[in-house]
Design a protein around this ligand. Structure first.
Ligand SMILES: Cc1cc2nc3c(=O)[nH]c(=O)nc-3n(C[C@H](O)[C@H](O)[C@H](O)COP(=O)(O)O)c2cc1C
Length: 220
């Protein structure tokens, strides 16, 4: 085994990074708006940035004290709505709201109960096809899904839900005409980047697996 190069030793003056202890690690992921069904048959709406897709399954990380986690454990239907960058203000209006009453003490200061989050955010619902919770009108991508597995994470503070997508709705303007492909040049997610909202910058390139390449990019 070769000795480690001196530049990788801890505390080495050549290290180009500093060690930090950030309070959060939200390093820039898309925002989704989850619609779920409350016990009384009304619907809850919550922004989540801990979401990613594995084939047809979307893995969601959700605070266990909130209403969304409770709803998913008891009524697994969910719509995963993807807002665009222009909808960041509506998303942010939801930030201090919970569908849980009374508000759990573990929620951040300023959090309040709101039974009608659609109205509070200035958003409207539209019927889903296969699940009971509505889709969020104006979100360019809407995924009807069912949380097939909902369990506590290691810390016990979060629920990890594995939601299997059953139907995908897309605004026509983001779909490559005549295909089932989302046009990456037309679709931009809303990115939550260390608690600040961003859209995407200009395209840099594409994966070798892209099936929508050839849109004027130089060959790599
Ligand atoms: C942009 C954004 C991203 C968020 N991401 C998450 C997340 O990934 N997981 C989570 O549990 N809460 C997240 N939150 C906080 C929840 O939206 C918040 O706890 C809300 O009160 C949950 O609502 P509920 O209690 O009605 O389920 C996020 C909030 C915002 C504004």
């Amino acid at each position: 085994m070769n000795p480690a190069p001196s530049s990788t030793l801890p505390g080495d003056a050549a290290d180009s990074h500093v060690e930090i202890e950030p309070s959060i690690l939200y390093f820039g992921t898309p925002v989704v708006l989850l619609t779920t069904e409350n016990p009384d048959g009304s619907f809850n709406l919550a922004p989540i940035s801990s979401a990613w897709a594995l084939d047809r399954t979307v893995v969601l990380g959700i605070g266990q004290e909130g209403q969304t986690a409770r709803n998913l454990a008891d009524r697994p239907d969910v719509v995963i709505n993807l807002p665009g960058p222009s909808q960041w203000r509506e998303v942010e209006r939801l930030s201090p709201l919970t569908g849980r009453n009374p508000v759990p003490p573990t929620k951040p200061d300023g959090c309040r109960f709101e039974p009608d989050k659609f109205a509070a955010a200035g958003l409207t619902g539209e019927p889903s096809h296969l699940v009971r919770p509505p889709r969020v009108a104006g979100c360019p991508i809407q995924l009807e899904a069912r949380a097939e597995r909902v369990r506590l994470d290691l810390s016990g503070e979060f629920v990890i839900a594995e939601a299997v997508v059953r139907k995908v709705h897309a605004e026509p303007g983001i779909v490559v005409p005549g295909t089932d492909y989302v046009d990456p040049a037309a679709w931009s997610p809303l990115i939550y980047n260390f608690r600040h909202y961003f859209g995407l910058g200009p395209e840099l390139g594409h994966s070798y697996r892209s099936q929508t390449a050839g849109s004027g990019l130089p060959a790599a």
